[in-house]
Design a protein around this ligand. Structure first.
Ligand code: G3H
Ligand code: 13P
Ligand code: ZN
Length: 288
């Protein structure tokens, strides 16, 4: 069932677990995410970026997610991930998203607050939740690339001030988390600043969202949840499992032409990722 993200995150806060927010771009990814969450009896956040909207169409991807959500008993929430363009944010709200992210983290503090407040005023008037970020994550997301050394970690006190000034509903900190597949393919050493995160968790009064979480060791993810992370964004591991499954498929079935047979291994591989993440995040059997 399609629900407001508030229902899912409030329950996660109460139960001290995290919910997976999975990025989708097409039917096969939506199908894998919702079906895996259903198998696990877990609530799930399905999210699209501006890039996903450009690829699939806003009406089309919204209809797809809503349609899968309506057909299942588990709670499914629809969220705009990394919104940069106010016009697109407004369109998503009109389309029925219960949550949007305004990512003005690349702007100086004052400008970030200014734009975030504008989005909050618009969204809250329509009962929609807003997520925002302070501090930048390295890696690639959409057209924005933050290079090595250009990212900076969130200052806990500044984060507290930011949340108070903007009145956002969830907060995405930068604590060593890192976007993109490169960190996995290149086997980078991944280390969350758990001390900083715990401090943010203590003084920031809204649920925390961990971006760039693909590939991080399970122990660190568990510790992050203990520190107050309630939503965990996963895209890269879905992409990698999709691509790897397809490569393997074509190594063996070079002459296959039926799209259903071609895409089935990718769906199965992505489902495995989602099941693994839901188990790790503690949201298994939390669908209510
Ligand atoms: O951070 C979010 C995504 O991994 C970036 O995905 O290419 O759809 O913007 P995108
Ligand atoms: P990954 O690149 O680690 O999957 O992060 C996804 C993300 O943060 C989407 O917003
Ligand atoms: Zn992200």
């Amino acid at each position: 069932m399609l629900v407001h993200i508030k229902k899912i995150i409030t329950a996660a806060e109460k139960g001290k677990y995290a919910v997976g927010a999975f990025n989708v771009n097409n039917l096969e990814i939506v199908q894998a995410v919702v079906n895996a969450a259903e198998k696990m009896k877990a609530p799930v956040i399905v999210q699209v970026t501006e890039g996903a909207i450009k690829y699939a169409g806003l009406k089309e991807i919204t209809a797809l997610v809503k349609s899968y959500a309506t057909e299942t008993k588990i709670p499914v929430a629809l969220h705009l991930d990394h919104g940069h363009d106010f016009k697109i944010i407004k369109k998503c709200i009109t389309a029925g998203f219960s949550s949007v992210m305004i990512d003005a983290s690349g702007l100086p503090y004052k400008k970030n607050v200014e734009l975030t407040k504008k989005v909050v005023a618009y969204a809250h008037a329509r009962k929609v939740w807003v997520q925002a970020e302070l501090g930048t994550l390295e890696g690639a997301e959409d057209w924005i690339k933050v290079g090595k050394g250009e990212g900076y970690f969130t200052d806990p006190k500044e984060a507290k001030r930011f949340v108070k000034e903007t009145n956002i509903n969830s907060f995405a900190p930068s604590v060593g988390n890192y976007h993109g597949v490169a960190k996995i393919v290149e086997k980078k050493v991944l280390k969350l600043d758990l001390k900083r995160l715990a401090e943010i968790g203590k003084i920031v009064p809204v649920p925390l969202v961990l971006h760039g979480a693909s590939g991080f060791p399970e122990g660190q993810i568990k510790a992050a949840i203990k520190a107050g992370i309630r939503v965990i964004n996963i895209d890269s591991e879905l992409r990698l499992s999709f691509a790897r499954a397809e490569r393997t498929f074509f190594e063996i079935n070079i002459n296959e032409y039926d799209p259903r047979k071609i895409l089935e291994p990718a769906i199965i591989a992505m489902q495995k990722v989602v099941i693994k993440k839901i188990t790790l995040f503690g949201s298994r059997n939390k669908a209510k």
